[in-house]
Design a protein around this ligand. Structure first.
Ligand code: ZN
Ligand code: ZN
Length: 267
């Protein structure tokens, strides 16, 4: 029989699969080619875009998506439309200069109470990727919260649903949401769900990643870092993914830069 990776040994069917040689290679950290959902000092991160890009290049990444907070996250110095445009100029300049890594224009757009996305449509339409996340009004009923997230997933601007249940391990449970419905809608609309690698989040949880994979939903393993030291947190996201039998083909930031542009940004 095949060797069973330790992460899979809680799975009751794993021995059968190993006997039939049906176990596929699990994702490795070295499969990640892109660093997505990174905050800079434009919002509540500590470091400048240049510094982050140089660090990601050093870590071996082909591309980096800066996704600072959107305008409604005032507590986090969220970006107004004007500041997003200024940030575009800085990113264009750094890309022209050529740091050996492609810098993409992203935003972590707040999902407002009614499910609409923060900032204007004219800005949203110019971004390479949009991570849509809930940062407010956690106390809605399960029905209302599910409707809110479904509405956000249906937006043509949403690329990735960020930290989809809002849990903070040892601090708070996630908000009430019908995660099966969210996964189904993500599958229907071809949207990506994040594994947020912050060790307090690990959200989508590995248990729900199994459901996402069953429905064919692609995942993104993101650091949600606010300083360069925590870019490496993606290792925890990779571990959670492995426990859910995730392979590199299930994860969008395992795509090469050219494929990521074709399949995710320009689709
Ligand atoms: Zn967030
Ligand atoms: Zn974030």
């Amino acid at each position: 029989m095949q060797n069973i990776p330790p992460e899979l040994r809680e799975n009751p069917n794993v021995i059968d699969k190993a006997v039939k040689a049906e176990l596929k290679p699990l994702i490795e950290q070295s499969d990640l080619k892109g660093m997505l959902h990174v905050h800079s000092n434009w919002s509540d991160g500590r470091d400048g875009i240049r510094e982050i890009a140089i660090e990601c290049k050093k870590l071996g990444y082909e591309y980096l998506a800066i996704c600072d907070h959107s305008v409604s996250s005032g507590y986090a110095n969220g970006l107004s439309d004007e500041r997003v445009l200024e940030q575009f100029k800085e990113i264009d300049k750094l890309n022209e200069e050529g740091l050996g890594i492609h810098i993409l224009k992203g935003l972590e757009a707040d999902i407002k109470k009614d499910g609409s996305l923060d900032n204007s449509e004219s800005i949203l339409s110019q971004l390479d990727i949009v991570v849509a996340s809930v940062h407010s009004n956690f106390n809605l009923s399960k029905k209302e919260m599910t409707k809110r997230l479904v509405y956000a997933l249906m937006s043509p601007y949403t690329t990735i649903l960020g930290h989809p249940t809002g849990r903070l391990l040892l601090v708070r449970k996630g908000y009430e949401v019908d995660i099966d419905e969210i996964i189904k809608v993500a599958a229907d609309y071809g949207k990506i769900i994040e594994i947020n690698s912050n060790p307090y989040r690990l959200d989508l949880s590995w248990e729900n990643c199994i459901k996402a994979k069953e429905k064919g939903v692609k995942l993104a393993i993101n650091p949600d870092s606010h300083r360069i030291e925590t870019l490496g947190d993606v290792r925890y996201g990779v571990r959670a993914a492995r426990k859910a039998s995730i392979e590199k083909d299930d994860v969008i930031n395992c795509l090469s830069y050219n494929d990521f542009m074709k399949e995710i940004v320009e689709r």
